[in-house]
Each structure stands twice: as C-alpha cells, then as structure tokens.
Design a binder for this molecule. Sequence first.
Ligand SMILES: [Zn+2]
Ligand SMILES: [Zn+2]
Length: 308
Amino acid sequence: MAVAKILLFYKFVPLADPEAVRAWQLELCSRLGLRGRVIVAPHGINATLGGDVAACKDYLKAIRRYGPLHDVDASWSDGTGLDAAGRSLDFPRLSVKTRPELVAFGVPELAVDGDGVIGGGARLTPEELDALVADREDVVLFDGRNRIEATVGRFDGAVVPEVDNTHDFIAELDSGRYDDLRSRPVVTYCTGGVRCEVLSVLMRQRGFGEVYQLDGGIARYLERFGSRSRWRGALTVFDAREVVVPAGATPIGTCHSCGAAASGLRNCREPVCRIRLVTCTQCATGKVSCTDHSQRSDQESMSEATAP
Ligand SMILES: [Zn+2]
Ligand SMILES: [Zn+2]
C-alpha cells in the first residue's frame, strides 16, 4: 500500500565530483518518483525528499552503496499524501542542484574530511542538552536559524540572532553583540542540525570557548520530548507544511494581520518578495502581504534542505 513519507538527511563528506553526484541524484530521484530538494556541494550533500515509502527505502539503499554516503543517517516523517501518480503532495517538484556550500554561510573554505566538519562544537543528544541545562545555570541556547523561524518557535530563554539568512551570521557574530557569551557554555540548535555544523565552527573560530551543537536538531529533540519540554511553539520546516506544531504546543507567535496567537508562516503574496509573515489560520485564508517588500528574491533565504 502506498504511504507518503518525507526523508531527510545531510552528510558532510568530501565529494570529488559534485556535478557527477548531481547527475546521479537527479536520475535516481526521477526514476523513483521522488520530489523535494537535493543540494550537492564539494563538502557533502543535503536532501529533503518525499514520496512513497518503498521509493524512499530504495533511494536510501542506492545511496548507501556509494562509498562516501555508506553511513547516511536519515530521519523519517509522515508525508501529507500522494497524488494519483504516487508523487508527494509535500513538494511541488524535484530540484537537484550543485552549490559552493551545503549551507550558504559564505564560508566555502570550511574544512571537511571523511569524519565530517573539522572544528565544530561537541554534539549533544536531546537528553544531554536537557542535562546540561539542568546542571549549569549559565548555559546559552543559541538559535542557528533565521529570526522569522524563531518568532513561531524556539527554546525557552534562547538567544535569537538578528539574521534574515545564514549569510548574515558572520557579520552578526563579528558585531561584538555576543562577546559576553564567549566564556559561557553555548549550545547551537537548528531544524535538523546541518546549519549548526557550520555555525559551531564559526563560533569556535571567534573565541567561544565551550560550544555544543544539538545533534539531529530540533526535529530529533521534539521526536524525543514533544512540547512538554524546553521547546516553545512550532517548528518551521522546508516543505508544503511550512510549520509543524507539536501536540499540545501553545503558539508563541502573533499574527501580523489580526494580532491573534499564531504558529503559521505564510509567504508574502508578492512573488518577488521573500518575506514570511506570522499568520493565524483565519488570516491565512485571505491575502497575506507585507508593507514594503524589502526582502527580494535575489537573496538566498532558504538555507536548509534538511527539515523534520
Ligand atoms: Zn490573524
Ligand atoms: Zn512583501
């Protein structure tokens, strides 16, 4: 029986010929009828794909036969459904691209070897994160996502940097705004973990002495603990669902239009405008628009293919 699934993974590993990997991925995903997004870079691969569960399994089998990806650790979530041809309803199409970086921080010189990114923060499981926060009162939870994502969901008490996309992080870290955190334990977190692989390196390079990263990201944390935890609100994702609201979660966002409590994010209706607006269920049925359309589509804002 056909069952819709969403498959997510990333892997930092040197890929000698990203263009060849791209062509292979495009052929493989097309043949299996998968939709979604795959990014291939000299430093690895990042994918979120949707389709029938059997096709997803065949895909994983195929990529694990390729040496650099033999140990890919994918996470699974339930898809919305499949169309009559068995294609995922969670993604409008398949996109497979090569990029200079897996995540667009503007640091293509990042060092990666067979074990992954070199110089990143120590990995914490969800349990270890909770234990660290319980043990040490000076722990800083540092949001590694774009600020709009944090407006609808974040860890309780988290520091939320003023960034519209991952490109902004370097200037933000170099601004001096977070210098007083450098002597404290800092845990970076993002949706599925891929952004923290890079962000934690950047922080260590800038003198943060004790940096951790939440392994598997918020997605894995919520799988373990759900909303009865240190998490508040909803989780933004990179497919048609836009956000996932954990069972029992209380919205922390405020609708841009009517001011009601809200977890939804909607794109501004102006096609070239990249602004996403916190929008309640009711206002989402009408026209969603910002005022000045200041964030244009030439800015790369979608920075993480991997999502829960
Ligand atoms: Zn509203
Ligand atoms: Zn706009």
